[in-house]
Design a protein around this ligand. Sequence first.
Ligand code: SF4
Length: 432
Amino acid sequence: MATALPILERPTPIARPSPICTLPDRRRALYPEATDAEWGDWRWQARNMVDSLAALEAKFALTPDERDGLAATAEIFRLGITPYYLALADPDQSFCPVRRQAIPVRDEARVRPGELRDPLGEDRTRPTPAIVHRYPDRVLLLATDRCTVYCRHCTRRRITGGDEGALDRTALREAVAYLRGHPEVRDVLVSGGDPLLLSDARLEELLAEIASVQTVQMIRIGTRIPVTCPMRVTPELSRLLRRFAPLFVVTHFNHPREVTAEAAQACERLVDAGVPVENQTVLLRRLNSSARTLLDLNHRLLMLRVRPYYLHQGDVAEGTEHLRTPLEAGVGILEAMRGHTSGLAVPHLAVDLPGGGGKVTLQPDYVVQTGPDAWTFRNFRGERYVYPQPEARDCSCPYDEVFYSPGGGGSAAHGEAVNRPTSAPASPKSTA
Ligand code: SF4
């Protein structure tokens, strides 16, 4: 007789180190009049974003560099900071990473040689205003031009700066029509701007439209909301996102200071609802460009069940040179991580090639010598080890022919991926 399987119970909680940053925020000092209900309401946070030099100066003692930077960039790129994120900034340290990400300095108004308005060459592969199609099987869908913090390192500032006007329903309808006409698109990254700034109803409408395209296998949402306005991640939003599984949230923590109790709750709500969360960090010079900071950040994120995924070398966006690191700095940071922590805590170091070349990854070189019989490696301690090669060289898989033949059980949608064209449409306008 079959016995019933025991119901799995959550293990008794074990005391673990807390991932939460223990620095107090400055909510009470900056917004003494805000009630708990207002503070915890994402719409209140969005309505009360600090968006001018005068409004910021009323809250914060600015340095001359920040004051000049705010004046010089007023016509270049939006200013906008939620009260929540502003309350994390250190009023006494001008190099505070939260402050540096949210408040411009003089250097931001300078465009250096090699910097580009469209650093990733996205506009060349933009068949409709809301679609960027750079890779064969996936597209970026720009859902909005608004964010809850306008990050000073933003790559897509030509869009988030409001230069192009808002992305309206017509643009989103055209985007979905494009997906229907391009069955090779398997993966849709919904970003912007921050798509979680759409209301639940509009977000649901958009996700339902995307999910109705039969050839789309998965959706990703690129968002900084868990970092800059975590109160937006309500139980209702988490359930809504779960309904569109497989759907991944890709967020953007850059410093351990950002791992607050509110941010942790937002991430855990998503994961508990069944929505996987991954993190992409941008390497920012003198803000987080140390192995110590990034290891700390990644360990905290893993404790929240958020997987560190990419460490991005800064793109060559106009006005961001002062925040970019030399390429070797990122490789050095990765070298200091690899072997000293679990592989889950070590992200891919990605360089998005200027002008639209796409992403490539960098890593320390551990290969000392290659040969047909053996390769020699150095490990993270610098010790040498030899890996013997097998004698047989044929790596073809005979069962592929069976599995991917008609009726063989393999999925054409997966199995044919390697046969798809390797370039996005050459003339985007003609494919719209
Ligand atoms: S949240 Fe993302 S899109 Fe918005 S300003 Fe920051 S980096 Fe740019």
